[in-house]
Design a protein around this ligand. Structure first.
Ligand code: ADP
Length: 397
């Protein structure tokens, strides 16, 4: 079956068509600047990337262009929409309502809407994508795969914040965690690569990208993760601050005459390695800057790596041990400097970095610890779209 995987944001939409039998990607791309002007990027497997500027006032129009591209006589990959057996939607926040993926019904849409308070930027945008697909493909089954679902197995002690309990009762304020699809996919794959049942393993997954999080996976279940109520908690990220003393917010607001919206904008969009370096949120720019002697670029990378190191230590403690550590996502898969700065400080776990594997391992499934290390460390590329396609097909069986 071919599955159309959709990741819909407020003004952009990423898509892939995956054949679930062969797990091959037939085509992929994105729509950008929806509601502003509009740009479609379309890449069929084995073909050239096409970029077209198109008028995209709505998400429905954007998805119509995607369908037109997929069914185009010359460069399309399917003859008609009948060849799409299902649509898998990435949904960000399922609150406490969704501990697994689900087929999308009107009740599910209502329940996701009810979680929108928890993810005001993401959930409404995700649902716009769902509605647009429903209008264009009314007879095609659709699944929702939540970023938060995998973490619903966290124990109470991990997800409660030390604030008045009534805020949890009234508003469901607690840690939820994100990147669940990736943490689930990568932990499963790590177990396969080790040739051991995941039920017997304690795995720490470091998903390091523009958004970053660490997850403690014990016996295949998430038991703690670094992101919280929102993706702002935890690691230092491209532009997000991660953990800070909440008093910093009051201090900056008073000194800079800012309100809550202003400081949230600073913490989400102007902080992280971007704010620290003053140069870029992209680690390629930071590593180039550091190599040229820019001390703030070097510091930003160091502060980022130190925070990851601390979370790994915390999760070893939380699980009373660790059997494997996996690095994934843009940085985890590609940035050997970041991996070296973290893994070379894990000697207390009996881990030695295999320098050569680390330098040559870019984007591969490969062990980057030496064979005599007590805990294997691997690069395990993530594939959230494939995970969504698999979940979608599993729900239809
Ligand atoms: P997102 O959270 O947006 O999905 P990604 O997982 O794509 O982010 O990660 C983006 C980060 O990965 C950027 O900081 C980028 O510099 C880094 N990255 C991507 N490719 C490479 C590469 N080939 N070498 C080094 N860093 C890379």
């Amino acid at each position: 079956m071919n599955v159309l995987v959709i990741n819909c944001g407020s003004s952009s939409l990423k898509y892939q068509v995956i054949n679930s039998d062969t797990e091959q990607v037939l085509a992929k791309g994105l729509c950008e600047r929806i509601g502003i002007d509009g740009r479609l990027v379309y890449t069929p497997a084995g073909g050239e990337k096409e970029i077209s500027n198109l008028d995209m006032p709505t998400h429905k129009q954007a998805i119509q262009y995607v369908i037109d591209a997929l069914t185009n006589e010359k460069t399309g990959v399917i003859k008609s929409l009948d060849e799409i057996g299902a649509v898998g939607h990435r949904l960000v926040h399922g609150g406490e309502k969704f501990a697994c993926s689900t087929l999308i019904t009107e009740d599910v849409i209502k329940a996701v809407e009810e979680c929108s308070d928890l993810a005001p930027l993401h959930n409404p945008a995700n649902l716009i994508g769902v509605r647009a697909c429903q209008e264009l493909m009314p007879n095609t089954p659709m699944a929702g795969v939540f970023d938060t679902a995998f973490h619903q197995t966290m124990p109470l002690e991990a997800y409660m914040y030390g604030i008045p309990y009534e805020y949890y009762e009234k508003y469901k304020i607690r840690k939820y965690g994100f990147h669940g699809t990736s943490h689930s996919f990568v932990s499963k794959r790590t177990a396969e690569l080790l040739g051991k049942p995941i039920e017997n393993l304690k795995i720490i997954v470091c998903h390091l990208g523009n958004g970053s999080s660490v997850c403690a996976v014990n016996g295949g279940k998430s038991v703690d993760t670094s992101m919280g109520l929102s993706p702002l908690e935890g690691l230092i990220m491209g532009t997000r601050s991660g953990d800070i003393d909440p008093s910093v917010m009051e201090f900056i607001c008073k000194k800079e005459n800012m309100d809550i919206n202003g400081i949230m904008d600073v913490l989400n969009k102007k902080s992280g390695v971007q704010g620290l370096s003053g140069v870029s949120s992209d680690f390629r720019d930071l590593q180039a800057g550091a190599a040229d002697g820019n001390k703030r670029c070097e510091m930003a990378v160091d502060v980022f790596c130190y925070r990851v190191l601390k979370y790994i230590g915390a999760y070893v403690a939380a699980m009373n041990g660790v059997d494997a550590i996996a690095f994934t996502a843009g940085l985890g898969e590609n940035d050997e400097i970041v991996r070296r700065k973290i893994v070379s400080r894990l000697g207390y776990l009996g881990i030695t970095l295999d320098e050569e594997a680390n330098e040559n391992g870019r984007g591969k499934e490969i062990a980057i610890s030496t064979p005599d290390s007590k805990v294997p460390v691997w690069i395990v590329p993530t594939n959230e779209e494939l995970a969504i396609a698999r979940e979608t097909v599993a729900l239809l069986k």
